[in-house]
Design a protein around this ligand. Structure first.
Ligand SMILES: *Cc1c(COP(=O)(O)O)cnc(C)c1O
Length: 428
C-alpha cells in the first residue's frame, strides 16, 4: 500500500483541513528557494569530494587504533581533510570532544592567558558557555574568570548587524583584548545569523586595528549552509559540533576546530596535554562514521534547511513572527518561531517529538538541563542522543516563548513534524 502524506496525516492524526491548505500554499511559495539550496549542496559536495580524493582516503583510514594512538592514519587524514574543506592551515577533529561547547571552549581557553580579555562581539555567547566564561550562575569551577581571563561583550545592533564602530572603539582603548568571539548562529536569541559577508567586513576592520587579535567564530549550525565558511573570509579559528551539520547525521559524537596552525595547536594542548596536543588519542573505531558523516553533510544540511524554510513559511501564513523569515538568505539551519505562550511552545515541541523515528511515544517536558540557566524543553527523537541535525526543536521556557526548530535528516519526515506541530497549536 502506498502511503500518501496528506491522507496519512488526516486519517491518523485528524489534521485540520486549514493546516493542509496552509502547507500546500507554503510548499508552492518556497519552490524557488529550493533551487538555490541545490546549488549550495552541489558546491559543498564537490568541495568535500575533492578533499577526500586529495587525501587518497581508503579503507585503511577507517581502522581502529589503540592506546596512545600514535600515527593514527584515519585521525590525521581527517584533520587534513577538514583543513582542506575549511581552507585553513590545520584542523583538529576528535571524538574526544564531548560536545560543541567543549570544542569551542578548548579553542578559546587554549589561546588565552591570564590578563587577556575575550571580547564577545556578537552579543552574549551561547548559553552553555556562560559558566565556562564565568558569567553564569556557577562559580569556582575553573572558568576563564577564575583563571584571570577577562570578558567583555558588545551587543548586535537593533537590526542584528555587527556593531563595527563599537568594536573598533573597544579594541582601540583596551589592549588586553586578545580574542574576538563571533557567533554565526542565533543560539537562543531572537536574532539573525551572521552572514559570511557581514563577518568578512567585521574581520577586516578588526585586522586593520591589530592583526594579532584572534578572530574566533562559533560555527555551530552554520557549516555548509553557504558555499564558503568564515575561514574563507579571514576568521583565524572556528569550532563546531559533530552532532550538528558536519556530522551528516551519522557521526556519533565529537567536535572540530579549524584555523591557523599555532591557534589550533594551542587548542589541542588544552584538549589533551600541553606538549602532546594532537599527536595522541586513539580513535575508538569511529573513523568511518566521521568520514562518512562529513561526506553526507552537504546533503543532510540542505534537507534540514528545507525543513526550516517550510517551518518559517507555514508559521508566517499562520500569523507568527519568524526569524529568519522564509525569504531571507540564511547562514544557519535554525528556525526561530515566536509562539508567545508557554503552552504553545511545549505543545509544538511535543509534536516534533511524536513525529520522530526514535522515542516517538515519549512526551517531552521542560527540565533543568546542565549548562542552561532557564528550564529548557527539547524534542529530539534522534538516533544519536541530542543530535540536532536530526529533527529537533528546543525552547528555553522564558518570555517571549520562542521555539527553535532545526534539523531533519529527510525533509519528507520534517514535513510530518512541522504539520503536526502547527496543527497542535492551531486553536490554543
Ligand atoms: C549547539 C551550539 C553550541 C554547542 O552546543 P553543544 O550542545 O555543546 O554541542 C554552541 N554554540 C551554538 C551557537 C550552538 O548552536
Amino acid at each position: 500500500m502506498p502511503y500518501n502524506l496528506k491522507k496519512y496525516l488526516k486519517e491518523k492524526y485528524k489534521v485540520k483541513d486549514e493546516i493542509i491548505t496552509i502547507y500546500e500554499k507554503a510548499m508552492d511559495e518556497i519552490k524557488d528557494k529550493f533551487v538555490e539550496i541545490e546549488e549550495v549542496k552541489e558546491s559543498n559536495t564537490i568541495k568535500i569530494l575533492d578533499a577526500f580524493q586529495n587525501e587518497r582516503v581508503s579503507e585503511a583510514h577507517f581502522q581502529n587504533t589503540s592506546g596512545y594512538g600514535y600515527g593514527d592514519l584515519g585521525r590525521d587524514g581527517l584533520d587534513r581533510i577538514y583543513a582542506n574543506v575549511f581552507n585553513t592551515e590545520s584542523a583538529l577533529v576528535r571524538p574526544h570532544f564531548v560536545n560543541g561547547t567543549h570544542a569551542i571552549f578548548s579553542a578559546i581557553f587554549g589561546n588565552l592567558r591570564p590578563g587577556d580579555t575575550l571580547l564577545a562581539a556578537s552579543g552574549r555567547p551561547y548559553d552553555t558557555l556562560h559558566n565556562a566564561i564565568g558569567i553564569g550562575k556557577k562559580t569556582g569551577i575553573g572558568s576563564l574568570k577564575d583563571y584571570g581571563i577577562y570578558y567583555k561583550e558588545i551587543l548586535l545592533k537593533e537590526d542584528f548587524s555587527i556593531d563595527i564602530e563599537k568594536i573598533e572603539e573597544t579594541l582601540k582603548e583596551d589592549k588586553t583584548i586578545k580574542m574576538v568571539h563571533l557567533q554565526r548562529s542565533r543560539g537562543y536569541s531572537f536574532r539573525e545569523s551572521l552572514s559570511i559577508s557581514s563577518m568578512e567586513k567585521a574581520i577586516n576592520k578588526i585586522k586593520a586595528i591589530d592583526d594579532n587579535i584572534i578572530v574566533f567564530v562559533d560555527n555551530c549550525y552554520g557549516e555548509f549552509v553557504n558555499e564558503i565558511e568564515p575561514t574563507d573570509v579571514g576568521a583565524d579559528l572556528i569550532a563546531g559540533s559533530l552532532i550538528k551539520n558536519p556530522g551528516g547525521g551519522i557521526t556519533t559524537s565529537g567536535g572540530y576546530i579549524a584555523g591557523k596552525n599555532p591557534y589550533v595547536e594551542q587548542a589541542a594542548f588544552r584538549l589533551t596535554v600541553p606538549g602532546i596536543g594532537s599527536e595522541c588519542g586513539s580513535n575508538f573505531g569511529v573513523m568511518r562514521n566521521m568520514y562518512q558523516g562529513l561526506f553526507l553533510a552537504p546533503l543532510i544540511t540542505m534537507e534540514a534547511l528545507k525543513g526550516s524554510i517550510l517551518c518559517a513559511k507555514m508559521g508566517e501564513l499562520l500569523g507568527y513572527e519568524t526569524l529568519p523569515n522564509s525569504s531571507t538568505s540564511r547562514s544557519d539551519i535554525v528556525q526561530a518561531i515566536k509562539l508567545r505562550s508557554p503552552e504553545k511552545v511545549i505543545e509544538f515541541c511535543k509534536w516534533i517529538q511524536y513525529s520522530s523515528p526514535v522515542d516517538s511515544y515519549v512526551t517531552c517536558e521542560p527540565w533543568d538541563m546542565p549548562g542552561y540557566d532557564d528550564q529548557v524543553i527539547m524534542a529530539s527523537g534522534s538516533f544519536i542522543q541530542g543530535s540536532s541535525i536530526e529533527l529537533s526543536c528546543d525552547a528555553p521556557i522564558r518570555d517571549p516563548y520562542i521555539a527553535y526548530y532545526q534539523g531533519g535528516l529527510i525533509f519528507n519526515q520534517a514535513k510530518v513534524g512541522i504539520i503536526l506541530a502547527y496543527n497542535s497549536i492551531l486553536n490554543l
